[in-house]
Design a protein around this ligand. Structure first.
Ligand code: HEC
Length: 86
């Protein structure tokens, strides 16, 4: 899954933000992240970090938050049930 982002400064200027990726890896990839690989790509195209790869320690905060909806939703942040298309 991929999620783009943007930032807004106090004086109303907008800028491109990081690209966030989540990829479900084979069982045993990383127990703490529930086998999800989290990657953050900066607006200049450089990879800031990835679970099990570059800067992995700095990527722990991704699954520390996403694991809040595990195991019910396998760490995927979904809309509340009443707002989902059936
Ligand atoms: C403080 C909590 C928090 C942190 C930290 C966080 N996320 Fe998320 N993430 C969310 C929420 C809430 C959503 C759903 C709302 C949205 O899309 O903004 C989401 C959505 C996503 C999605 C879209 C799929 C989905 O689950 O809805 C991806 C991909 C994603 N995040 C990747 C990352 C990555 C990569 C990092 C670390 C660099 C990260 N997230 C850090 C809370 C978090």
């Amino acid at each position: 899954m991929a999620k783009d982002s943007f930032t807004v400064t106090g004086d109303g200027k907008t800028a491109v933000g990081p690209l966030f990726l989540m990829q479900k890896m084979p069982a045993g990839f990383n127990k703490a992240s529930l086998d999800w690989k989290y990657t953050m790509i900066m607006p200049d195209g450089k990879v800031f970090g990835a679970t099990g790869g570059k800067n992995a320690a700095a990527m722990k905060f991704c699954y520390e938050c996403h694991n809040g909806v595990a195991p019910d939703q396998d760490a995927v942040m979904l809309l509340p049930e009443e707002f989902r298309v059936k």
